[in-house]
Write a protein that binds this ligand. Structure first.
Ligand SMILES: [Fe+2]
Length: 142
């Protein structure tokens, strides 16, 4: 898979995690509501900003960003929740999804490094580090 294809995969998977975290922000219940509602709120805002930056990275490479949801979600590996999980299940699901995103970002950075695309390598290296910190927080809350 070349760099641009990997960036498209990173966009779709980030979008899928964004949508899941936003729905968890809406639907979380229980004694930890306030804490998790706020945490998911900050996380979906971060993911939303990254979606925009990733799509603009595609434009910077001279390619067109996806036009619609089916193009964005093509080949996405993040799975959807058929029903609303419990608050603790939400934390474990999002931890696993963020771990998947980190691996996608690292793999994208490595491919970019091989293709000597320093901008993309730095962009995804930085995102991997940012979500490693968030993964630590998610695991510490469980
Ligand atoms: Fe809200």
């Amino acid at each position: 898979m070349n760099t641009i294809h990997q960036v498209q995969q990173a966009l779709g998977n980030t979008f899928a995690v964004y949508a899941k975290v936003h729905s968890f922000h809406w639907n979380v219940t229980g004694p930890r509501f306030q804490e998790l509602h706020s945490f998911f709120g900050e996380l979906y805002t971060s993911l939303w900003k990254d979606i925009d930056d990733i799509a603009e990275t595609i434009r910077i490479q001279g390619k067109e960003a996806p036009q619609n949801l089916s193009e964005i979600l093509k080949g996405v590996v993040i799975t959807e929740c058929p029903t609303t999980p419990s608050a603790s299940e939400m934390l474990s699901i999002i931890s696993s999804d963020i771990d998947t995103l980190i691996n996608i970002y690292i793999s994208t950075a490595r491919t970019a490094e091989k293709e000597e695309n320093i901008g993309i390598e730095a962009f995804f290296g930085e995102r991997a580090g940012k979500y490693q910190k968030i993964l630590w927080m998610l695991k510490s809350m469980q």
